[in-house]
Design a protein around this ligand. Structure first.
Ligand SMILES: [Zn+2]
Length: 49
């Protein structure tokens, strides 16, 4: 099963895995992650660097 990208809708943290974290490790928000495309993840990470 291919892993997917997830993004925290609160702090824009990117997570790569089978599912988004239940609680964001950066902003501590519950269920804040939404699935995004690889292209969106690359764009978001490029901006965050
Ligand atoms: Zn967050």
């Amino acid at each position: 099963m291919a892993k997917k990208f997830f993004r925290c809708t609160v702090c824009n943290d990117i997570h790569f895995g089978n599912a988004g974290p239940e609680i964001c490790p950066t902003c501590q928000t519950e269920n804040a992650y939404v699935e995004i495309t690889k292209e969106e993840a690359e764009k978001a990470m490029a901006v965050n660097i």
